[in-house]
Design a protein around this ligand. Structure first.
Ligand code: ADP
Length: 194
């Protein structure tokens, strides 16, 4: 079973590329950002609690997202594979995901890391705020916190997966088509050669 991580800073195009990959490879999309936004919209207890972090540009606590991921993996026993989008975002989350998969005799196949300079991250988040109206995309200080959080807590995952020989970088500043051509090529190779 294929377990693929789509990694990158906010605005790198993880959501857009995920959509292309899930239909091409018949994978289940696990986006912790999307899951949290549903809780926010429905004002669940979890959503109200998570909003405090999200609206400041901070990460929600590890246990919250790990539990959500576990639940979604378990509720899709017949999945062909999974694509993780926006998860893991900390070393703790990655270690827990490894544990969770190992308990099922599975493992992460690959992390595809979309790379994007900070200036482009800011530009894309501002554009997305206009289109989608996401509050956490709109304010300069929230954007700055999200970028800082990415560098501090999330970027170390590049090393975590590189050490396991599971990380491939793709330039996220290319067009949507160029990025998807690169990622599909990488995934095809993984499927063919293991
Ligand atoms: P982005 O546009 O940064 O990729 P997402 O839609 O993935 O954003 O997530 C939005 C917000 O939800 C994040 O800024 C964070 O507060 C929270 N969040 C999403 N995924 C995680 C996670 N794996 N761990 C902690 N917090 C998360």
């Amino acid at each position: 079973m294929l377990h693929l991580i789509l990694f990158g800073p906010p605005g790198a195009g993880k959501g857009t590329q995920s959509k292309i990959l899930i239909s091409r490879y018949n994978l289940v999309h696990l986006s912790t950002g999307d899951m949290l936004r549903i809780h926010l919209k429905e004002q669940t207890t979890l959503g109200v609690e998570a909003a405090r972090y999200i609206n400041q540009g901070l990460l929600v606590p590890d246990e919250v997202v790990i539990d959500m991921i576990k639940e979604h993996i378990e509720s899709n026993p017949h999945a062909h594979g999974f694509i993780y989008d926006g998860f893991p975002r900390t070393i703790e989350q990655a270690a827990k995901l490894d544990e969770l998969l190992a308990a099922r005799g599975q493992q992460i196949g690959l992390m595809i890391a979309l790379d994007l300079p900070d200036s482009l991250i800011r530009e894309r988040m501002c554009k997305r705020a206009e289109i989608e109206g996401r509050a956490d995309d709109a304010k300069d200080e929230v954007i700055a916190t999200r970028i800082a959080t990415y560098h501090q807590k999330t970027k170390p995952l590049l090393d975590y997966y590189s050490t396991q020989n599971k990380c491939v970088q793709v330039g996220g500043a290319q067009t949507i088509d160029e990025v998807s051509q690169c990622t599909c090529h990488i995934i095809d190779r993984l499927i063919q050669h293991g």
